[in-house]
Design a protein around this ligand. Structure first.
Ligand code: ADP
Ligand code: MG
Length: 238
């Protein structure tokens, strides 16, 4: 059986600005991500990585080309369709984006409650279960303020994974962390994603975590210049 890719991108171009200021940012991007696959994206600052992630996440409209999420076309998709697609994606950003006035549990619970068919009791149970899975069982009722950077990023991971998304999009999730916490955080994402069969697309500048990838792709000036299989990379200094 051939499995449908989670993401299938063909000939994506993207532009910012209007008229004389219009500037092309992405050039003929082609990329597929398969179920359960962990893809790392590297490349210099300003090369278009965040723009591509925001298109894949349905956070920005596709201007040219085809972008399918689980077979559903995002090009010219309605807002309703985009919203339903966004719910099947977990997002993790460089800054954890937690709400400071909510506890760890409440931050995660909010994401569960986006599904209006889930009771508050179930939402609390789900939030607590995933917080235990990310090693924060002892911190469930703590506010982000009183937690370390690594712990906050683990709450963000719990929040991204709690609804069993098909895809996790992570934009430099270790950038604000020290070496060991960064490593712990990606290993945790890797383990949970493999358990749930979730695919991950993770943008990083961090050479120390490249080995968690099944595949590494490299962006340069809006072009995907290289795609390598994990096995090839492992013996090589990247
Ligand atoms: P990266 O994530 O690789 O650093 P970005 O996708 O953020 O790259 O940015 C790619 C290019 O697009 C950069 O030159 C950036 O200045 C520009 N850019 C990003 N966002 C916008 C925007 N909202 N409006 C105009 N230009 C933008
Ligand atoms: Mg970026």
């Amino acid at each position: 059986m051939t499995q449908e890719p989670v993401i299938s991108i063909q000939h994506i171009n993207h532009y910012y600005g209007k008229g004389a200021l219009r500037r092309q940012i992405l050039f003929d991007i082609n990329l597929e991500i398969n179920p359960g696959e962990i893809v790392l994206m590297t490349g210099p600052s300003g090369s278009g990585k965040t723009t591509l992630l925001s298109l894949i996440g349905g956070l920005r409209s596709v201007q040219e080309g085809s972008l399918k999420f689980l077979g559903k076309e995002l090009y010219r998709a309605s807002q309703t369709k985009l919203v339903s697609i966004r719910r099947k994606i977990g997002y993790i950003f460089q800054a954890h984006n937690l709400l400071e006035f909510l506890t760890a549990r409440q931050n995660v619970q909010m994401a569960v409650e986006l599904d209006k068919y889930i009771s508050q009791k179930e939402a609390i149970a789900k939030a607590e279960t995933i917080l235990r899975a990310v090693g924060l069982g002892q911190r469930i009722n703590y506010y982000p303020d009183s937690l370390s950077g690594g712990q906050k990023q683990r709450i963000a991971i719990a929040r991204a994974l709690v609804n069993n998304p098909a895809l996790i999009l992570a934009d430099e999730p270790t950038a604000a962390l020290d070496k060991q916490s960064g490593r712990d955080v990606v290993e945790l994402m890797q383990r949970l994603a493999k358990e749930q069969g979730t695919s991950i697309l993770l943008v990083t500048h961090d050479n120390r975590i490249l080995d968690i990838a099944d595949r590494i792709v490299e962006m340069e000036d809006g072009i995907l210049v290289r795609q390598s299989q994990g096995a090839v990379i492992k013996g090589k200094v990247y």
